[in-house]
Ligand binder design. Structure first.
Ligand code: HEC
Length: 107
């Protein structure tokens, strides 16, 4: 009896990846509750810093199509976020959320 090491190694690598992919697509739900949560958990780390890291997005009535394009493609110092991290539904929701977000009150 001979063990085919190459095939074993391949299977051990491929099977978990396939399982992860299937789970991600079968469960057609966003990992985020809504746009507000995406903003708080992802964007806010850079965009709620009073402009220190990312520019202020609130109170600017930014068009959702603009925000969506920047998040998917990146923009100069801003990294791109792939759909595997911020899915399309979450991105649409956060873009609408940002469009309507009132300017933070200055203290
Ligand atoms: C790691 C920090 C970081 C994160 C996280 C981040 N951004 Fe950014 N973002 C930036 C920086 C920095 C810029 C400015 C890029 C430049 O001008 O060089 C920017 C620019 C932008 C702009 C353009 C702003 C303008 O003035 O025109 C939009 C829109 C934007 N980000 C949306 C988002 C959204 C939505 C998220 C969450 C999904 C997000 N960003 C997450 C750092 C970040």
């Amino acid at each position: 009896m001979s063990i085919n090491i190459k095939s074993l190694v391949l299977k051990s690598l491929v099977v978990p990846v396939l399982l992860t992919t299937v789970t991600a697509y079968a469960n057609n739900e966003s990992r985020f509750k809504d746009g507000e949560q995406v903003y708080a958990k992802v964007c806010g780390h850079c965009h709620e810093t009073g402009g220190d890291i990312g520019p202020v997005l609130s109170g600017r009535n930014l068009a959702p199509a603009y925000t969506t394009a920047i998040v998917r493609n990146g923009f100069r110092a801003m990294p791109a976020f792939a759909a595997s991290f911020v899915d399309d539904k979450a991105l649409a929701e956060v873009s609408e959320y940002i469009e309507k977000l009132p300017a933070a009150s200055k203290e």
